[in-house]
Design a protein around this ligand. Structure first.
Ligand code: FES
Length: 368
């Protein structure tokens, strides 16, 4: 066929049937003319020119191919080829004969078609154009081992070479640790032997310290120490850190007649009074701010002109004489005098009691 159209399997089978049926020769079909020598080689009797019934199945076609191939070129084996390999070999031989027009081909056996696809390609070539391309078996095959590496992955032989090279150089290089801060030192825990020794030491120490002998001596030592401290304290004099009993309160002019000054009540515990209510004479004296009942500190009430004790309500006149409440006696005076510098000087170490007649003492007052 001059037509380069690719034959289908059905067409190939039809051609094979025609070929097997004696070549219902068509003068115009070049392919059939090319198959003519094959048919001429087959010892088909002339009286059997009548075309036999065309094989209809693939098995029939293969049987015809066996017969044709065996009779055309090869000596028929003792037993008919029964395997598919034999059938394919016969088909290959047939295809090769069809291409070359019946002439023996110098092609090496390696170029013969080996697969079913090759056989079909050869059949197409034989049934179609003789000038068609060579069968697929004759096309150069790509070696699988030489396939290009996939992606960036190195070839297998390269990896094997790299491994061998690393082994020859003493093994793969160890990964370098990152350079930075040194790792913190691990805490050192005591070993089992050290723990046992420590426990033995503690147990021995406890036994030694808890013996009756040690306990007794320890208790006696503690008691002796306490007694020693008590004796030392007894040997020391009792002292009170307080202000001196004598102190100056200022010039007499600071205390006008009929006044009660509480300026030194908080710091010194006295009132400075200038009055003439006691025996009609104007005098300046100092009263202790201590209630004669139970020792509380009375307050001077300017409006009522009296001293009033907040504890039990005792009341005292400006002169210090008690007149109400539980207080049993008048307030006490302290010593007062004019110092060399003209200042009033109070002496709290000296006290004067009215019920004892001591207020008549000149040291208990100063004439205003
Ligand atoms: Fe002042 Fe009792 S203490 S009245």
């Amino acid at each position: 066929m001059a037509d380069n159209k690719k034959l289908t399997t059905a067409e190939i089978l039809a051609l094979a049937r025609q070929q097997n049926s004696g070549g219902g020769a068509d003068a115009d079909d070049a392919s059939e003319s090319s198959t003519a020598p094959e048919t001429s080689q087959a010892p088909v009797p002339t009286e059997d020119k009548k075309p036999a019934a065309a094989p209809k199945s693939t098995a029939d076609i293969l049987a015809a191919a066996r017969t044709q191939g065996g009779e055309a070129e090869k000596p028929k084996p003792a037993t008919a080829p029964g395997s598919t390999a034999d059938i394919l070999a016969a088909a290959r031989a047939q295809g090769g004969g069809a291409q070359g027009g019946g002439a023996p081909k110098p092609k090496p056996a390696a170029t013969a078609p080996k697969s079913t696809a090759d056989i079909l390609a050869a059949a197409r070539a034989g049934g179609g154009s003789a000038a068609k391309a060579a069968p697929a078996a004759s096309q150069p095959k790509v070696k699988k081992a030489e396939a290009a590496p996939v992606g960036d992955r190195p070839a297998l032989k390269d990896m094997v070479a790299a491994v061998k090279e690393a082994q020859a150089s003493g093994g793969p290089a160890k990964p370098k640790l990152p350079v930075g801060k040194p790792a913190p030192a691990k805490p050192k825990f005591p070993s089992k032997k050290e723990k046992v020794e420590r426990r033995k030491f503690v147990a021995t120490l406890a036994v030694l310290l808890l013996t009756p002998f040690v306990v007794a001596w320890s208790s006696m030592s503690a008691i002796a120490a306490i007694w020693s401290l008590g004796i030392a304290r007894f040997m020391m004099p009792n002292m009170m850190l307080e202000l001196p009993s004598k102190f100056k309160v200022g010039p007499p002019s600071d205390f006008p007649p009929g006044s009660v000054s509480a300026k030194f009540k908080a710091s010194r515990g006295i009132w400075i009074i200038n009055t003439d209510e006691y025996e009609g004479q104007g005098i300046i004296y100092a009263l202790a701010s201590v209630c004669t009942h139970l020792g509380c500190t009375p307050n001077w009430l300017e409006g009522e002109q009296k001293f009033k004790c907040p504890c039990h309500g005792s009341g005292f006149y400006i002169t210090g004489v008690n007149f109400e409440g539980p207080a049993p006696r008048p307030l006490e005076r302290v010593g007062i005098s004019i110092a060399d510098d003209g200042m009033l000087e109070v002496d709290k170490s000296v006290k004067f009691q009215e019920e004892l007649g001591q207020w008549s003492d000149s040291k208990s007052y100063e004439v205003a």
